[in-house]
Design a protein around this ligand. Structure first.
Ligand SMILES: [Zn+2]
Ligand SMILES: [Zn+2]
Length: 265
């Protein structure tokens, strides 16, 4: 069984064939999906919650760094109330994106810090997005998160092994996306090869970042198996072993979400 620990199948890109996408995930052995909810978009949150009525899907709520210029006390209160819904399993995605810089960096840091503190105070996992902002992400999380417990997921990992180890020490699981299948991803592949077994997850980030051999097309949860296969090659393990490891890591972070081992439907 595989878990897609990060996807956006509530997005309009899937409106025409969402049921077929879930059916293909089921056929590919995917047993659980975490659908990321955008706290600035009521339709996204509502669609995520409808999906999360299924036994094998949960959702989240958080403000992405791209939208951080709109952060306010109201947003924080809204997220705090959204995560009281048992279908909403985490705060996220939150973080820093210095690659696109769609919001000023000071706004990004404020929104990230407050959401990280909220997750820590509510003892709810945090889903972190980081693009070219490794040292600031580490600084914020080192201050907000309690060491010695599992605090969340570093999603779509694009850093190097050293950063991956620092995040793991802070209690974050490192989630690899289809990028790990791209030929020029040497630093990410090194992290994927060397991290401990209890540190790794797989995700699609669908509809983005489809793995090889579907690179450039719309991504979907069934394709998470290509990422598991790539991790298997890098770690000298079978794809099934990677699936078992990453699935047990996911449910260590979200023990309440494990219902049974049947595939998503
Ligand atoms: Zn992201
Ligand atoms: Zn995402």
């Amino acid at each position: 069984m595989l878990v897609d620990s990060h996807c956006h199948i509530e997005m309009p890109e899937f409106d025409d064939d969402r049921e077929a996408v879930i059916e293909r995930a089921r056929a590919a052995g995917v047993g659980f999906l975490l659908v990321i909810g955008d706290a600035t978009n009521q339709e996204s949150l509502a669609a995520g919650r409808v999906l999360a009525e299924r036994t094998h899907i949960a959702t989240t709520a958080g403000m992405h760094p791209h939208q951080a210029r709109d952060w306010s006390d109201r947003t924080r209160e809204f997220i705090a109330s959204a995560v009281r819904d048992p279908r909403v399993a985490a705060i996220g995605e939150v973080g820093l994106d210095y690659h696109y810089d769609y919001s000023p960096r000071s706004d990004q840091r404020k929104a990230f810090e407050e959401q990280a503190q909220l997750a820590a105070s509510m003892e709810i996992p945090l889903i972190v997005h980081c693009r070219e902002a490794e040292s600031d992400v580490h600084r914020v999380l080192a201050r907000a998160c309690r060491p010695g417990r599992l605090n969340g997921i570093m999603h779509c990992f694009t850093g190097n092994l050293e950063f991956a180890r620092l995040m793991y020490e802070l209690g974050f699981l490192i989630s690899f996306s289809g990028i790990v299948t791209f030929p020029r991803a040497a630093a990410i592949q090194e992290a994927a090869a060397d991290l401990p077994d209890d540190a790794i997850l797989v995700e699609t980030d669908a509809p983005y970042l489809a793995p090889v051999p579907h690179r450039g097309k719309r991504n979907e949860p069934a394709f998470v198996r290509y990422t598991a296969e790539a991790l298997g090659r890098l770690r000298g393990r079978s794809a099934d072993e990677i699936a078992a490891l990453t699935t047990s890591n996911f449910f260590r972070l979200f023990p309440g979400l494990r219902k049974d081992d049947s595939p998503v439907h």
